[in-house]
Design a protein around this ligand. Structure first.
Ligand SMILES: Nc1ncnc2c1ncn2[C@@H]1O[C@H](COP(=O)(O)OP(=O)(O)O)[C@@H](O)[C@H]1O
Ligand SMILES: [Mg+2]
Length: 296
């Protein structure tokens, strides 16, 4: 079978390269596709995707990124091209799923409506709403609506600062996303789900202050299902509700309410930190799952 890894980068990242290697090792033909090089056509109701002059004829593919700092139009174009490609091949994650999971609010909303515990959160364009929310909840985490790697998130415990942030963002056309700060015990959880299985899970300990992302310097420590059954169950339910074929689910324990909360689901999770902590070959699980899905 011909299986693609799709990214925006000129050359494959470590995780993209691992996927390409696994495709080959399992006896299939790997293909690296740069998303901006793809065009989509409708000809007499026949749909196809082309790279330069060649029709993309693949059995399946793993989408690893849509691109950074792109306009809404370019984001829509890339999702649109992937949608066209998904009409005649098996892509993971599915383009529709990527579209709403990329947005922290819409994925959290869907989880909340499906009875998954998520932190109290406000989405607004109103500086006064931000100020009042901070007055009521005391400590908030401001997060970029479409951010990742913990970059750009900040603690806000002054209502005037919440007002100022939202007001300033409004001037450059950006909305605000505030979440109630959870009192974590110095770590949180990253659970990697493929299909309906957890393939690997860790605690992320330390990091830079309150952020326990691996990208922020946290250290991964392998965990087992028998010690954290609730965390494993929440992660599997989350991936299933969001229709993610593979995902990195972030879960935190709050010492105040003594409960677990889902912080976010990542449709393009990295796994270097997880691989180092658990020794698990994540790329193998993803490719193996994709091959089985193509065969169905
Ligand atoms: N509401 C919160 N309360 C406490 N810590 C949080 C909260 N939200 C996020 N964090 C911390 O910040 C990290 C990054 O937040 P997350 O929502 O996963 O965004 P991203 O990883 O996309 O930047 C989390 O792993 C967690 O350690
Ligand atoms: Mg995260």
């Amino acid at each position: 079978m011909k299986i693609a890894v799709i990214h925006y980068r000129g050359s494959p990242t470590t995780s993209a390269q691992e996927l390409l290697n696994e495709i080959e090792r399992l006896g299939h033909t790997p293909l690296y596709l740069k998303i901006h090089e793809l065009d989509a056509y409708i000809e007499e109701n026949h749909v196809f995707v082309v790279r330069f002059r060649d029709k993309i004829d693949i059995d399946g593919g793993v989408i690893r990124s849509i691109g950074l700092t792109i306009t809404l139009d370019t984001f829509m174009k890339r999702i649109g091209v992937l949608d066209a490609l998904a009409s005649y091949s098996t892509l993971i994650n599915q383009p529709d799923t990527i579209m709403y999971v990329r947005d922290k609010w819409r994925s959290l909303l869907r989880l909340a409506l499906n009875n998954i515990p998520v932190p109290n959160t406000l989405l607004t364009e109103n500086p006064y709403a931000a100020k009042r929310y901070c007055e009521r909840k005391n400590i908030l985490v401001y997060k970029p609506l479409m951010g990742s790697l913990g970059l750009g998130s900040t603690l806000v415990n002054d209502p005037e600062l919440a007002y100022h942030i939202t007001r300033s963002l409004l001037n450059i056309g950006l909305p605000s996303y505030y979440q109630v700060f959870l009192d974590k015990p110095g770590y949180d959880f990253r659970v990697f789900v493929v299909g309906d299985q957890v393939v690997s899970a860790m605690k992320r300990v330390g990091g830079s202050g309150w952020k326990t992302n691996i990208a922020q310097g946290a250290r991964g420590v392998k965990i087992e299902e028998k010690d954290y059954p609730e965390v494993f169950e929440l992660a599997i339910k989350t991936a299933s509700i969001l229709k993610l074929d593979y995902a990195g689910i972030d879960i935190a324990y709050d010492m105040g309410s003594e409960k677990y909360y889902v912080l976010e689901a990542n449709a393009f999770p990295q796994w270097q930190g997880l691989r180092k902590a658990t020794g698990e070959n994540i790329a193998y699980h993803i490719i193996n799952y994709l091959i089985e899905k193509i065969k169905k």
